[in-house]
Design a protein around this ligand. Structure first.
Ligand SMILES: C=CC1=C(C)c2cc3[nH]c(cc4nc(cc5[nH]c(cc1n2)c(C)c5CCC(=O)O)C(CCC(=O)O)=C4C)c(C)c3C=C
Ligand SMILES: [Fe+2]
Ligand SMILES: [Fe+2]
Length: 367
């Protein structure tokens, strides 16, 4: 197999470390054409839709893309901001705040980038850019706290596919999950507590996670269990009794059964049982996006009120909350261990001397 052309190895150059914060992706614009392009790439991923390729290709091309693209574009128009899609805006800010936080914690020269699994900036372009910046150690940090084959592993597929025809592959670290990490749970706790301090407290805390087909759980995907563990840890940090919170799953796609209970029917049932106020948080989303700002804050709110509920409080995602940036830095730091990102001045001098020796050696070789 031919390998991609790359510049000759530079003897004696000082390799850098990098972190890539990878999120799902989002359309480039809230238009039918852009949403169609995005959905086509997303829904063609065999990790996301597992039905036989030819059958799915037909359904996607003839039914899903023609009908869903326009409807989804209208939803994106409702949440779009002047800076762009909320998912991308928050992920970009998180990446830049993470770089600052790592620097404050004494890490030198760690390049932090955001990338999207679908859409832009794409993983391949970001990984190429890091290669050009001489990054020979890369930690891939998915924006998903809970591992799922449908999301996390799909990022890994894209990373492996990218390096398949690269000769000099960097050292890679893949963060699998952080659903039970103290920094993540603390950040969730602070967001809920701040909301309660400002707006009082409802009768029930609904923790709504993105769903996946139930079949994936039966076939070994740990996603459901990781969501349950996050919920349990958050409830315990908030000192909630079991009857004070409920775990639900949203965003069902297609006709198959997904993880249950579904969010919308659950809040409707709560309203009918006389729960006047619900507080809803989406702990599996680290950035606000279409699924939280439109589906939860608009559609599910409407369902709750139509069933007789009085007050629907949506609690925002972690976004750029200060405790979350600390949490992200702690998670990143655990995966930087052993990489020379913190050096004493004498270690730094030794590294520079060694690089010079490498360059002298290269000159003697005529390289
Ligand atoms: C948080 C983790 C996510 C999992 C798990 C997940 C699985 C999953 N999603 C779909 C189908 C769609 N998801 C869509 C949007 C969307 N999904 C996530 C996250 C997870 N998805 C996010 C963050 C977003 C929002 C993106 C944004 O631009 O804001 C969409 C597109 C929107 C729409 O048309 O409704 C689809 C479709 C499947 C099939 C799946 C698992 C099998
Ligand atoms: Fe999704
Ligand atoms: Fe949705």
């Amino acid at each position: 197999m031919p390998f991609r052309k790359e510049p000759p190895h530079t003897h004696g150059s000082i390799a850098q470390s990098a972190i890539v914060l990878v999120n799902l992706g989002t359309p480039d614009a809230p238009t039918r054409a852009a949403v169609k392009r995005y959905l086509k790439q997303f829904l063609s991923d065999p990790r996301v839709v597992e039905i036989p390729r030819l059958v799915w290709w037909f359904i996607l091309k003839c039914i899903i893309l023609p009908f869903r693209s326009g409807a989804s574009a209208k939803k994106y128009q409702m949440i779009w901001t002047r800076e762009g899609s909320p998912l991308k805006v928050h992920t970009a800010k998180q990446a830049s705040l993470l770089a600052e936080a790592l620097e404050e914690r004494g890490h030198e020269g760690v390049q932090v980038r955001m990338a999207m699994r679908y859409g832009s900036p794409s993983l391949p372009e970001v990984l190429d850019e890091l290669k050009a910046a001489n990054c020979d150690r890369i930690a891939i940090l998915p924006a998903y706290p809970q591992y799922s084959g449908t999301t996390t592993a799909s990022i890994w597929d894209a990373v492996f596919a990218h390096y398949k025809d690269v000769r000099n592959v960097p050292e890679l670290r893949l963060v699998k999950h952080y659903h039970d990490h103290d920094g993540y749970i603390d950040a969730l706790h602070d967001i809920v507590q701040a909301h309660w301090d400002a707006h009082g407290r409802g009768g029930k805390l609904v923790m709504s996670f993105h769903g996946v087909p139930k079949r994936t759980l039966l076939l070994g995907d740990p996603y459901y269990c990781e969501c349950q563990k996050t919920a349990r840890l958050l409830a315990s940090r908030l000192r909630l009794a079991p009857d004070e919170y409920v775990v639900t799953f949203q965003s069902r796609f297609g006709k198959a059964e997904w993880l249950q209970p579904y969010t919308a029917p659950t809040v409707q049932a709560l309203a009918r049982e006389g729960v006047a106020r619900v507080d809803v948080i989406c702990p599996g989303f680290t950035s606000d996006c279409l699924e939280t700002l439109e589906e939860i804050s608009m559609e599910v709110k409407h369902d709750f009120e139509a069933a007789g509920g009085k007050e629907f409080h949506y609690i925002p995602c972690l976004n750029e909350s200060p405790t979350w940036i600390v949490g992200l830095a702690e998670i990143a730091e655990q995966h930087l261990i052993g990489w020379p990102t913190i050096m004493s001045p004498s270690q730094r001098d030794a590294e520079r001397r060694d690089a010079q020796l490498g360059r002298d050696h290269a000159l003697r070789l005529g390289a």
